[in-house]
Design a protein around this ligand. Structure first.
Ligand SMILES: C[S@@+](CC[C@H](N)C(=O)[O-])C[C@H]1O[C@@H](n2cnc3c(N)ncnc32)[C@H](O)[C@@H]1O
Length: 267
């Protein structure tokens, strides 16, 4: 594929597949609630745009059954190779640009995007492409974060510093980690009907699979963080170590970013 659109800042480093897989597992129960509300069922044709190493494709495959079909699109071939290892028979993956998929028009019953519009940018353009490939009466669903609720207890200086670096990197490349706040209005402005809105926050304690979220995300943003002058290559290892030591303390807990789920019908 030629160079894809958007400005997704996360590096495809070793460990990134695991980071996204752990995040998907932690958010699966809340994703199931949204898919229940949408009513995804037998025989649906679904598309997960920017699915990474699997995204929600397996949750969709379970619901759509043997007569359904699920397609995952991403620009990162290594992610898709990983996704294929665990995919059910009705799930297929393709390397393509999410802003210009090249898929036939009006083909899907459901088109879903999670953490793509906020990180890669241009939500309106993504919604236009999602709408183009959705059949009239089909559903378009987005899940996007608000990073301001990424808060720990007890207070910790290394955590605060890494949180500032994380938010700074995304802001610095033009991504929007507050997209959750305006997502409902963005989706309404795209012309979808019967737009629905819910939010959730995952809570994490020391020892939980998500406990390493902040340090591991910073590792995936390392080059951009240093390039933007948000942290020096010299300071970073010490900060990561200090934060990880804090996250191992049995009393440590934190809340993740708030996730907004917004979905509506293509007229
Ligand atoms: C934060 S990850 C989320 C992955 C998945 N949706 C999930 O929630 O687990 C964003 C994904 O979007 C993909 N991506 C970013 N810009 C893209 C583009 N222009 N075309 C295709 N994929 C893109 C990245 O490769 C990455 O896998």
């Amino acid at each position: 594929m030629s160079s894809p659109s958007g400005h997704y800042p996360i590096e495809a480093r070793e460990g990134e597949v695991e980071r996204l897989t752990v995040q998907s597992a932690a958010m699966a129960p809340e994703c199931e609630v949204m898919l229940d509300r949408i009513g995804v069922g037998d025989g649906w044709h679904c598309l997960d745009l920017g699915c990474g190493p699997g995204g929600i494709t397996e949750l969709l495959a379970k619901r759509t059954g043997a007569t359904g079909r699920v397609i995952g699109i991403d620009r990162n071939e290594a992610f898709l190779a990983e996704a294929r290892k665990f995919a059910s028979g009705t799930v297929h993956f393709r390397v393509a640009d999410v802003y210009e998929t090249g898929l036939a028009a009006e083909r899907f019953d459901l088109v879903h995007l999670r953490f793509v519009a906020s990180t890669a940018g241009e939500p309106e353009r993504l919604l236009a492409e999602a709408s183009r490939v959705t059949r009239p009466g089909g559903v378009i669903a987005l899940q996007e974060p608000d990073g301001s609720t990424l808060n720990c207890w007890p207070p910790n200086a290394a955590w605060d510093r890494l949180k500032a670096v994380l938010l700074g990197v995304f802001a610095g490349v033009g991504a929007d980690l507050t997209l959750a706040r305006r997502l409902y209005s963005v989706v309404r402005a795209a012309g979808l009907a019967d737009v629905q809105y819910r939010t959730f926050i995952v809570a994490v304690r020391a020892g939980d699979p998500m406990a390493d979220y902040l340090p591991s995300t910073i590792e995936s943003l390392r080059e951009t963080a240093v390039r933007l002058g948000l942290v020096s290559a010299r300071e970073l290892p010490g900060l990561l170590e200090e934060c990880r030591a804090f996250l191992r303390q049995p009393d440590t807990s934190f809340t993740m970013y708030t996730v907004a789920q917004v979905w509506g019908l293509k007229p």
